[in-house]
Design a protein around this ligand. Sequence first.
Ligand code: ADP
Ligand code: MG
Length: 287
Amino acid sequence: SVPLSFFGGIGGASKAGILIKGSNYLELLSQSEIVVFDKTGTLTKGVFKVQEINPKGMSKSSLLELTTYAENYSNHPISISLKEAYGKEIDGSKVTESEEIAGHGVRAVINGNIVYAGNYKLMDKIGVKYFKGDVIGTVVHVAVNDKYAGYILISDEIKSDSKDAIRKLKKSNIKKTVMLTGDAKRVGEQVANELAMDLVYTELLPVDKVEKVEALLKSKSDKGKLAFVGDGINDAPVLARSDIGIAMGGLGSDAAIEAADIVIMTDEPSKIATAMNISKRTLKIVK
Ligand code: ADP
Ligand code: MG
């Protein structure tokens, strides 16, 4: 049977906005050794701001419009931010086909034109030449009927709570803090450096994230546990593969909340250290 103080631990956590889906996760949390984070929406706000619109062969407003239409059916933070910047209603009847390409971007048919919007990997995939200059931020390249139409530069901000989150984990004896992201190398490394994280892997597809988690699982001690923290979009497989899957409930997708063992109801990653401290205290009472 479950010792009574476990309920106290789960209750205390829930008052702090941390939903723990079973008493066994309290025990696992107290043994955490590696904490792996997704970047977008977890350590960063997931609210991208448009910084630059660089069209090729069309006006800036046309490029923004086209890209937003292509993103019509996506719920990715990038898509939400573009819709915000566009600010007008989308006439959905003009979008006759639409598909999300995980870790790459989107493909849509707009007024009979085939439009791709996403990162350089997407452009490589369809064989379209793109702007290769050095910029700081996330680049959304756009191609129309296999011709490059320019790019939109967007950028996200680190959450004010993230530095504290990493610092507190270090203080509570976590051996490694790791960031996994599908975003560009420069962007991921800049965020990881600023937060003083131990390891960062960038430009990963969802399957690459699972692979990295598997390698990290092998690298830890027998008793130590690995926790993964994600906001959800495409993260369900890694959440399932980790010893402890933690979803950020603020922006998180339903699929992630479903796949997670623990849900942080606010958008504060420092709540992970809070949860670990609650679990250690609870375990002390039980033992
Ligand atoms: P993250 O690890 O940052 O959560 P994702 O796997 O969600 O990454 O996305 C990885 C990259 O794929 C993004 O940084 C972006 O370049 C591209 N991408 C994904 N979805 C979209 C989209 N809807 N529109 C444009 N680009 C996208
Ligand atoms: Mg994500």
